[in-house]
Design a protein around this ligand. Structure first.
Ligand SMILES: Cc1cc2nc3c(=O)[nH]c(=O)nc-3n(C[C@H](O)[C@H](O)[C@H](O)COP(=O)(O)O)c2cc1C
Length: 211
């Protein structure tokens, strides 16, 4: 009989644990969908700025092609290609790649290309370049110099920073960073030219790539 309070306490604790577990499960069920939708909206907001002048009606972030390293895109880590459509027709491909030769390590970039291989935008997603020097690549003005460019425009050696005989602006006293970015954008264009068929080979709304 002396065990009764202990038993009662145990049952109460078990009941509380069961109620808490149920509450967590219900909360997860109610919010899971909203979290997924918010994540998708955030992704689309991040991708949108590199789609200048592109007409499309598909979701931006929902049609992904994961490219596992090693690959021929810039960077040693996995790359991602987001494919954007107008109806059933491909409209653009957005590449998440890394410029390998940053001053302080890789620079994560988002490069948008329309189907004819013209740059629709560049965005710097992540970098560790020096504030006041290499971080000038964050400037929208600096990034916009790539819009409208393609492998043929400018041609050949002109796809470099000015100091190297090219036509892209460098940054004062910090040419390592922009040189790395220009090279990565050019390599992305080269990859697209060589793999265009494969990138859009699947029909609209193919299976979503897993993470
Ligand atoms: C502490 C420190 C940080 C630097 N950070 C960068 C950087 O983020 N990006 C860059 O291109 N150069 C950086 N540099 C400068 C490079 O050493 C190099 O001088 C420069 O990139 C060459 O550019 P220039 O051809 O315009 O002189 C840094 C130098 C120092 C001492």
């Amino acid at each position: 009989m002396a065990d009764m309070p202990v038993l009662r306490g145990g049952i109460t604790l078990a009941a509380i644990a069961a109620i808490c577990t149920a509450l967590v499960a219900v909360t997860f069920e109610l919010t899971d969908d909203r979290i997924e939708k918010n994540a998708q909206a955030w992704l689309e907001q991040s991708l949108l700025p590199v789609l200048a002048g592109v007409s499309f009606d598909s979701g931006i972030g929902e049609n992904r092609l994961a490219i596992a390293a090693p690959h021929e895109l810039p960077g040693n880590d996995d790359a991602m290609i987001y494919r954007v459509y107008a109806g059933d027709s491909p409209a653009a491909a957005l590449f998440v790649v890394s410029a390998r030769d940053g001053y302080s390590g890789p620079i994560r970039l988002l490069v948008g290309l329309d189907t004819s291989g013209i740059v629709t935008g560049l965005s710097v997603l992540e970098h560790r370049e020096t504030p006041g020097l290499g971080d000038g690549i964050e400037s929208r003005n600096w990034q916009e110099q790539f819009v409208g460019k393609s492998l043929e425009n400018p041609a050949g050696n002109r796809w470099n920073i000015r100091g190297d005989g090219g036509e892209f602006d460098a940054l004062t006293g910090a040419s390592v960073t922009p040189r790395a970015v220009v090279k990565a954008v050019r390599e992305t264009l080269e990859y697209y030219a060589a793999n265009r068929g494969i990138i859009f080979a699947t029909a609209n709304a193919p299976e979503k790539a897993t993470k």
